[in-house]
Design a protein around this ligand. Structure first.
Ligand code: ADP
Ligand code: MG
Length: 389
């Protein structure tokens, strides 16, 4: 068994620790943080490194500035939130490399925390540019990766740093890898995989990897439309990846459940007039926006009899209240079942919290969307590969 190099036995006193975190968190319409879970999930590692007398230099990205400075994507609010949670002053810098940063780092004392500016303001970050990696690495003695959500990317701060500095897994990455590895290696059966969301392309890897391993596949959300379409069902104006129809047809197995009834409307809105119809009778001028009651019953019966569940992707267009029911009922069924339940996906975890469920109702809610899917596809993630002994 591969073992992660963890921080438990790391001697950190006086060391400058470059710590990659994933503070790519959602903001509401007023520009306020709407879910701070990813910040809270990093606290344990930060606190342990502080106790050990380390100097912590935090690195994160936010959004997609694509190599340019975008004022709205500065990490100032993130720093404030972290300060409140840690009850400790954070020195937030307006740059992530360069002389000023170097100076600030030199002045650090044991137990100090610096947060560098949004690392994706530099295009070299996503390119894993060797010179950029060197410049960043010069700021620290040790690299701790705790940004699980970006560990599937071979970027400078998620991967590059670990190729030239001694690299360790933070507690969050350790927890994520443990929870997800268990699903791959030793899951109690029946095992049910629930997939929804928008793009089937993102989910093919996990589907392929779990054929033969999972007992049931429950498929809802936009991706179910592509499966329905692939079976020759007319799905009106619904979201559908027509170019994936062949793939969807090929991968389809006997134990795949797709919706037998659905919630339709002409256009999505909070006031939309909805109708429940059989998925074989979808009017040409409507779109599928959620799974229907018969499908919910079928799915929840299977969930109640399951011992292990992995869920990624909402069952409907949950941005609008009339289409949240399927997702709510699935979450409720999982929460009331005595099983190991793991949820992955940014939209999925955000919506279940918004619907009033708490983290304690599930075994593990992953902080990584793409990362958890790639991990469960059986791929080796670059940001984790560098952390093995
Ligand atoms: P996650 O972030 O949890 O991995 P995805 O990003 O794959 O999930 O998918 C979430 C998106 O899928 C949401 O924006 C949701 O509105 C959309 N979606 C789900 N069902 C439908 C549907 N029937 N039609 C259109 N979009 C849908
Ligand atoms: Mg998403």
């Amino acid at each position: 068994m591969k073992k992660l190099r963890t921080i438990e036995n790391l001697s950190a006193r006086g060391k400058r620790i470059l710590m990659r975190v994933d503070y790519n968190i959602p903001f509401d319409q007023d520009g306020e943080i709407s879910d701070d879970s990813r910040i809270r999930e990093s606290l344990e590692t930060i606190q342990l490194l502080l106790q050990k007398g380390g100097k912590i230099i935090l690195i994160s990205h936010l959004g997609r500035p694509e190599g340019k400075i975008v004022e709205a994507l500065r990490l100032n609010k993130v720093a404030k939130c972290l300060e409140n949670l840690l009850k400790k002053t954070i020195r937030k810098l307006d740059e992530s490399i360069g002389e000023k940063v170097q100076e600030q780092v030199e002045q650090m004392r044991e137990g100090d925390i610096i947060l560098l500016e949004n690392i994706r303001f530099h295009e070299e970050e996503e390119k894993n540019d060797p010179k950029f990696v060197q410049q960043l690495a010069a700021l620290g003695d040790i690299f701790v990766n705790d940004g699980f959500g970006v560990s599937h990317r071979a970027h400078a701060s998620s991967y590059g740093l670990g190729t030239i500095l001694p690299a360790y897994a933070g507690l969050l990455i350790e927890k994520e890898v443990q929870a997800l590895s268990k699903l791959l290696d030793t899951s109690e059966k029946p095992f049910t995989l629930i997939l929804g969301g928008a793009k089937i392309k993102d989910k093919l890897g996990i589907l392929e990897n779990f054929i033969g391993k999972a007992d049931h596949f429950l498929i809802g959300g936009g991706i179910a439309n592509t499966f329905l379409h692939a079976q020759g069902v007319s799905i009106g104006q619904s979201l559908c990846e027509k170019d994936m129809a062949e793939k969807a047809k090929k991968i389809f197995q006997k134990n795949f459940e797709i919706p037998s009834d659905v919630v339709i409307a002409k256009e999505p809105s909070n006031e939309a007039k909805t109708k429940i119809v059989s998925s074989k009778k979808i009017p040409d001028d409507t779109k599928i926006f959620d799974i229907g009651p018969e499908t919910i019953k079928k799915f929840t019966d299977i969930i109640h009899a399951s011992k292990t569940i992995f869920w990624n992707g909402p069952m409907g267009l949950t941005e609008f209240t009339p289409f949240q029911n399927g997702t709510r009922e699935i979450a409720k069924a999982i929460a009331e079942t005595d099983c190991t339940s793991v949820i992955g996906g940014g939209d999925s975890s955000e919506i279940i919290k918004q619907l009033g469920f708490s983290e304690e109702q599930f075994t593990h809610i992953s902080t990584g969307g793409g990362a958890s899917l790639e991990f469960l596809s059986g791929k080796e993630l670059p940001g984790i590969k560098i952390l093995y002994e």
